[in-house]
Design a protein around this ligand. Structure first.
Ligand code: GLV
Ligand code: MN
Ligand code: MN
Length: 412
């Protein structure tokens, strides 16, 4: 491949996209169906149109930008990722896979390559769980892992449901129409930053993902008894937050307690009612995130958290309800795509290692309906989900180069 990616243009586009944010630069916040998300979608769709791709959207806003192959009836090769961003995020998570995927297509176009299979760039809706509390909403529904009925029951913090929010965003059609049959994609390959430190530390150009870890999330609702923080004495209190604190520490110790470095447990949301300094918390909502590359071991941590909830509820006299938001199995990459990625890395003169993805990605769900694999590039210090997330132009260029070669091989 003599003509490589136009890195200056790609970095420019990544920066333009990052400026479309609900927060002041360099902070990127783009919650699904928010004003910034909608503007970001419009920007990326226009870039796709400019590249001659045919753009379509489904009922939840999953976006497909197709470069027609010479045999357009064959299932396409998919690539892509997401452009929504959690609050206080950076500019590379997801966006490198979308704009890098687009750049890979443009490289191939520039070289005069004619794909036999169409190549379809996918921008998945709401990979991040920020609005509805569940990640990979778009790909989950494409793969029928989340049913239309379950999706209809989703609410955001303000109580708005998915149907009203997607209608306001201009996405019509039924939720039933989102599901895709197995074989809709011939193969799917997602480019993403590693979100961990290994590639940078080991000075390796790209990572070829062999497995994606299994994520789970349990919501914990604690109902205690509120009251005056001064007048109500300590004996007999039913402080919902004190109960929650025990659960937070219990999750930490259960995750550490498996003895496996791959088990992680986090409480990322703690919503306290009435959230007043001189009032005993009467209600608390915890959102927990538990992951492991071993699904059984991950489930043991979930079970330990549930057992602790039961024990704390009866000892403290508070009511604790739990709701399993999701508990997804891990995914394994497809051997043929992994081989194509390895071959492409070698041909591009890039060093690579095979590795596990500890973060979840839309590929975890697309794996249910198509063979998938992922390509990682380094990110500085392994930092992600923060405004100081950074991937160098050189790292991004290597990823796009290997992706372009891989797409060419798969689409031939
Ligand atoms: C994805 O954003 C994740 O939290 O792994
Ligand atoms: Mn993310
Ligand atoms: Mn991501």
């Amino acid at each position: 491949m003599s003509s490589g990616p136009d890195i200056d243009r790609l970095i420019d586009e990544l920066k333009t996209l990052s400026a479309i944010s609900e927060a002041e630069p360099p902070i990127v916040t783009r919650v699904v169906f928010g004003e910034a998300d909608m503007r970001a979608r419009a920007y990326v769709k226009q870039l796709c149109v400019d590249a001659g791709l045919v753009v379509s959207e489904d009922a939840i806003g999953n976006t497909f930008a197709r470069w027609q192959g010479t045999e357009p009836n064959l299932p396409p090769i998919g690539t892509g990722s997401h452009i929504d961003a959690i609050p206080n995020a950076g500019l590379y998570d997801g966006c490198v896979g979308v704009l890098g995927g687009l750049e890979a297509i443009r490289v191939l176009q520039h070289l005069g390559f004619k794909p036999r299979r169409s190549i379809e760039l996918v921008i998945f809706t709401s990979e991040e769980p920020t609005r509805f509390g569940i990640g990979c909403l778009g790909s989950r529904m494409m793969a029928s892992v989340l049913s239309p009925a379950q999706a209809r029951a989703l609410r955001d913090k303000e109580g708005r449901n998915l149907d009203e929010l997607r209608a306001a965003a201009g996405f019509g059609g039924t939720l039933e129409s989102i599901a895709m049959p197995e074989g809709r994609f011939h193969q799917f390959v997602e480019l993403h930053i590693e979100q961990g430190p290994l590639l940078e530390q080991e000075k390796i150009d790209v990572g070829i993902v062999t497995h994606i870890a299994a994520p789970a999330s349990m919501r914990v609702l604690i109902e205690g008894e509120g009251g005056h923080a001064g007048a109500r004495l300590m004996p007999g209190r039913k402080d919902a937050l004190a109960a929650g604190a025990e659960l937070i520490l219990a999750l930490e110790s259960a995750a550490k307690g498996t003895g496996a470095i791959d088990t992680v447990g986090t409480v990322g949301v703690c919503d306290v009612f009435p959230d007043a300094v001189n009032s005993i918390p009467s209600r608390v909502r915890l959102e927990t995130d538990i992951r492991d590359i071993d699904g059984t071991r991950r489930d043991q941590v979930l079970a330990a958290l549930q057992a602790k909830c039961n024990e704390v509820a009866s000892r403290r006299g508070v009511a604790i309800a739990t709701e399993l938001v999701n508990a997804d199995p891990p995914a394994a990459s497809d051997a043929a795509i992994v081989a194509a990625l390895e071959e492409s890395a070698r041909a591009a003169g890039k060093s690579y290692k095979k590795m596990v993805s500890r973060a979840y990605h839309d590929s975890l769900f697309i794996a249910r309906i198509a063979p998938v694999a992922m390509l990682f590039i380094p990110c500085r210090g392994g930092v992600s989900h923060r405004p100081d997330e950074y991937a160098s132009p050189e790292w991004i260029g290597s990823g796009v180069h290997v992706l372009a070669r891989t797409l060419a091989a798969l689409a031939s």
